[in-house]
Design a protein around this ligand. Structure first.
Ligand code: GLN
Length: 393
């Protein structure tokens, strides 16, 4: 067989998405890949039904339908305190997965270094490889998931082109403070680097934490590329609607990358999505309240089940410590991946092995998500409670 590229031999498929397939195969409750099991806003679905007959059904403008760009810029201008230009500072992409890839291909040359926090959302590792860059990992140290700013300065000093910040952070639930972002921002300015920020969980932040947009910090707009999406905010992960916001020069280049990668996001879905951007501010407050209830409900269930976990400041993910189980003779020498596969088959709940997020050799954490109806969370907690019977035995 003719040879494939060397590149494809350097990464595996996504473990997150693999766990969903195994979960489906065994009929488990899928708390691995993060997506809701409840419906998107009714107004948007009604709009989509009309669009089915009235269109648009052909390509939108490659960098995004004008009305969607306008609506998103209006919303994000409020968030960052600066008027965004829908004609030059945004590109609509196929999910923020494409935004991130597009950002990386726009700024990286082969051999460039990019800083990535560890733990990290697994796409970032692959994004760096696909764009020809080399990752430099900066540890986020549990339990606070704090970081050493001097390592970031060292990375920039050694020529790193950019740092990727997932804020709020998947998988560890960290919400970066204004002070932390300002400090990283100062280094990006000092060393003339970029901050590529993934803000898809911007509206899933729990009190007293607040989401701060890096691009809105003083002097940071020209150094920040923001990747974002409608997936989590409007419960439409399958619609694949994302966007990239940045300075006009960056966006101009990113639009070219995007054009040749995908031409554009689905036109009927872009049109329908405009509807949800017209929802009142209370929509975002209700979403936050909904996820706060889910978090509190799920975490207290984990406590009752005797499972040790972190308390996320944002996102709908929680990391559960499985060391007590790995210490049992039954699981001696097991990897977290083997444990997750065992859990799917024997407990009926799917999780993501923590090792797929860490650069460091971490084997004792698994990631669960709580973007589920209360009845689904109830049933999963019942199943997870059985885990602890193993330890008691
Ligand atoms: N961001 C979600 C997660 O981490 C979904 C990822 C995906 O599959 N696109 O589970």
């Amino acid at each position: 067989m003719p040879q494939l590229s060397h590149r494809v031999g350097t990464f595996t498929d996504s473990v997150i998405r693999r766990m969903t397939r195994i979960s489906d195969q065994y009929g488990a409750i899928n708390l691995s890949q993060g997506f809701p099991d409840f419906d998107p806003p009714r107004e948007m679905l009604d709009a989509l039904a009309k669009i089915a007959y009235n269109g648009p059904h052909q390509y939108s403008i490659t960098f995004g339908a004008q009305n969607l760009r306008q609506a998103l810029c209006a919303k994000q201008s409020r968030a960052i305190g600066r008027t965004l230009d829908p004609e030059s500072e945004i590109v609509i992409t196929c999910g923020s997965t494409e935004s991130m890839m597009c950002a990386m291909m726009t700024i990286c040359n082969p051999g460039d270094k990019v800083m990535v926090f560890s733990p990290f959302y697994e796409n970032y590792g692959t994004d760096t490889i696909l764009s020809g860059a080399e990752p430099i990992y900066i540890p986020l140290v549990p339990p606070e998931y704090s970081f050493d700013l001097s390592l970031i300065e060292k990375g920039f000093r050694e020529g790193a082109k950019a740092i990727i910040i997932c804020n709020p952070s998947n998988p560890c639930g960290k919400v970066f403070t204004r002070e932390e972002l300002t400090a990283i921002g100062k280094l990006a300015v000092k060393y003339d680097g970029f901050i590529v920020t993934d803000e898809v969980y911007e509206h899933i932040v729990f009190d007293p934490w607040k989401h701060v947009c890096t691009s809105g910090l003083p002097g940071m707009f020209d150094h920040t590329i923001t990747c974002n999406s409608l997936s989590k905010t409007f419960s439409i992960t399958g619609w694949r609607l994302g966007y990239l916001i940045g300075p006009a020069d960056v966006v101009d280049a990113a639009r070219k990358v995007h054009d040749f990668l995908t031409v554009g996001a689905a036109a009927p879905l872009q049109e329908a999505a405009v509807t949800c951007l017209n929802l009142p501010q209370s929509y975002y407050e209700d979403l936050k309240a909904l996820y706060t209830r889910k978090r509190d409900y799920f975490l207290s269930g984990l406590d009752r089940a005797g499972l040790k976990h972190n308390v996320p400041q944002g996102t709908y993910f929680v990391m559960v410590d499985i060391q007590d189980f790995l210490d049992l003779p039954q699981f001696e020498g097991w990897t977290d991946l083997a444990f997750c596969e065992w859990m799917i088959k024997n407990v009926g709940v799917a999780a993501v092995p923590g090792s797929s997020f860490f650069r460091e050799p971490v084997n004792n954490l698994i990631r669960l998500h709580f973007a589920r109806k209360e009845s689904t969370l109830d049933e999963s907690l019942k199943r997870l409670a059985k885990l602890n019977e193993l330890v008691k035995r």
